[in-house]
Design a protein around this ligand. Structure first.
Ligand SMILES: [Zn+2]
Length: 579
């Protein structure tokens, strides 16, 4: 459907003319031929410049020297998790509107936890590519009950949807990521998403997008690109003593996975190893494979080859996994960033050769920031600790509350960041008032060590909450149909170090600035270089992209336009502006 079939020369000319007429007819001065939206999972705002002297040519340096660099961008919602951030980047909307309130939430109708993009109606196209619950270490993935995936739970349009609408489906829209949620969110409802299956070692999609793989995808997967890492290790790019964390490789808070260890070199093992593909995702190999697939897509789907703007989203996941396992201030994270820099340089070089960077608008941001591992902070004399919500129901205060309400069983059914879920059945059986129980439990949780704020959904619904900036972020995250019973905010530097049984060095997801702070770079297609220090938000990106191509903003967009992007473009050559 989306590919232009073989046509005669005459028809080719005619089609090209039509495309040009389309471009000139719309109010889209200097619209780029291709928009590449890069999302680096867990890339905190300070990280691109932390190792500035060590950056190579043409990667981050291209963005720093040729793009608008927003150095003070913060998400405005409270649950800084992957699907929440990606969907905010894609839609310009807050989670309250786009509906992705957390990586997992409790569905009251289904009476079970759901994984954000699971959809049993659309199975994976590849047999045997389903999440393997035995070896899957991503806890949110393990929550999914169905292997099907779709963007159906995203309640508003994405920029990529608006581009498809504007161009009557002529714009080609694709998204690629190791994480399914990193691709599905960005492809929107109209595009095509591909993600990495750890079970099959291939890039896969679901029947929501395609009935069968294009030949090039089948061929690429058949080449078994993951095999090239077998029997080798993730090694340092440079001499160890030249790194900021060169003398800090072995830290006891880092997660030592069997065979992979916590010091360099990190061995991936043999290709038939049980965790082989998983270990690839916990290293720069994940981003290299993602880019390999994306470049094949760029070529085989002919992106950016006519005047109708195309859209390609690439979400790089390694920074997140490396951050969780080793912490963002670790030798592994430092080397990963330098390798990501090389991966970006390879991407920008390919874009320049195939489409031209002058015709390609590149946007780079992140889905959330990153907290430091408690060990890192404690070593510097800064207080930090892990918290354990699983123990809350047994605390004296909650036990006393249970006695007051006359219930013997656990009142707190579960805690899934950021929400406490109460046992509603128990509350109903005892003829208790749900709102009253919510308020009472929230009041007790507030008194616990490490809890900064516990706010019941009842309080949010009835407007009974304190006027504070923190509450504004919780409201931006509040969707009455999907939010849990009590929203819990931990004190800064307090984390859950346990991901479903796996002990990790650090975990994001808070409303504090280390988690909300991300970089935004916009470069290429006539954008003039500039560094901007005013506070902006990642949900400004989607409406800005809409304005650049002349589309209407996505349906839930709450963002402002990033005006510095237009100022540069308006001064550029050949750009038409209205007097
Ligand atoms: Zn993460």
């Amino acid at each position: 459907m989306k590919k232009i079939p073989l046509v005669t020369h005459f028809l080719t000319v005619l089609l090209a003319t039509t495309a040009t007429a389309f471009a000139a007819g719309a109010d889209r001065p200097g619209a780029p031929r291709l928009i590449v939206q890069i999302t680096v999972d867990q890339l905190r705002g300070d990280l691109p410049t932390r190792y500035r002297d060590r950056l190579g040519e043409g990667g981050f340096r291209y963005l720093l020297e040729h793009g608008v660099h927003y150095a003070n961008a913060h998400f405005q919602h409270a649950t800084t998790e992957t699907i929440v951030g990606h969907t905010t980047l894609a839609t310009g909307a807050h989670p309250s509107a786009h509906g992705m309130v957390a990586n997992v939430w409790y569905d009251r109708e289904l009476e079970r936890l759901v994984y954000n993009i699971e959809d049993s109606r659309y199975r994976l196209l590849t047999a045997g590519a389903d999440v393997d619950s035995e070896t899957e270490i991503d806890p949110t993935q393990r929550k999914a009950r169905s292997e099907g995936r779709s963007p159906a739970a995203i309640l508003v349009s994405t920029f990529s949807d608006e581009l498809a609408i504007l161009t009557a489906g002529r714009a080609k829209v694709f998204a690629v990521s190791v994480k399914d949620r990193g691709a599905v969110s960005m492809a929107g409802h109209a595009g095509t998403a591909y993600w990495f299956s750890k079970a099959s070692g291939e890039f896969v999609t679901s029947t929501y997008y395609l009935e069968q793989y294009p030949q090039w995808v089948a061929a690429w997967n058949a080449e078994r690109h993951t095999d090239r890492y077998a029997g080798t290790s993730w090694e340092l790019l440079h001499a160890q003593d030249s790194y900021l964390f060169g003398d800090a490789d072995d830290r006891n808070w880092e997660t030592a996975l069997p065979g992979f260890g916590r010091t360099f070199p990190h061995a991936w093992g043999t290709k038939d190893g049980r965790y082989y593909t998983t270990l690839l995702t916990l290293s720069p190999a994940a981003d290299e494979l993602t880019l390999d697939f994306a470049l094949e897509l760029l070529d085989k789907e002919d992106l950016g080859t006519d005047d109708v703007p195309d859209f390609l989203s690439i979400s790089f996941s390694a920074t997140d996994y490396v951050g969780h396992i080793f912490g963002p201030s670790s030798l592994e994270a430092e080397d990963n960033l330098l390798r990501l820099d090389r991966t970006l340089a390879r991407l920008f070089k390919a874009l320049d050769e195939r489409v031209g960077l002058a015709n390609t608008l590149v946007v780079l941001s992140a889905d959330h920031g990153a907290p430091e591992a408690p060990g890192t902070l404690i070593e510097l004399g800064i207080e930090s600790a892990y918290v354990d919500p699983a123990a809350w129901d047994k605390t004296p205060a909650i036990e006393a509350l249970k006695r007051r309400f006359g219930v013997g069983q656990p009142l707190i059914e579960a805690f899934y960041q950021p929400y406490v879920y109460l046992d509603r059945q128990l509350i109903a059986e005892h003829d208790l008032d749900q709102a009253e129980v919510e308020r009472a439990v929230a009041d007790e949780l507030m008194k616990l060590d490490g809890v900064a704020l516990a706010l019941s959904s009842e309080a949010l619904r009835s407007g009974a909450f304190p006027e504070m900036p923190l509450v504004r972020k919780i409201l931006n995250n509040f969707n009455p149909k999907r939010s849990g019973d009590i929203f819990v905010v931990f004190e800064p530097q307090r984390f859950i170090g346990d991901m479903d049984g796996l002990t990790v060095a650090s975990g994001h997801g808070s409303p504090w600035s280390y988690d909300t702070f991300v970089p935004i770079f916009v470069a290429g297609a006539g954008v003039a270089p500039r560094k901007v220090y005013r506070r902006v938000a990642p949900n400004d990106i989607a409406p800005t992209l809409s304005a650049i191509v002349g589309a209407k903003p996505p349906s839930g967009s709450a963002g402002e336009l990033l005006i510095e992007v237009f100022e540069g473009r308006d001064r550029g050559q050949g750009v038409r502006t209205t007097p």
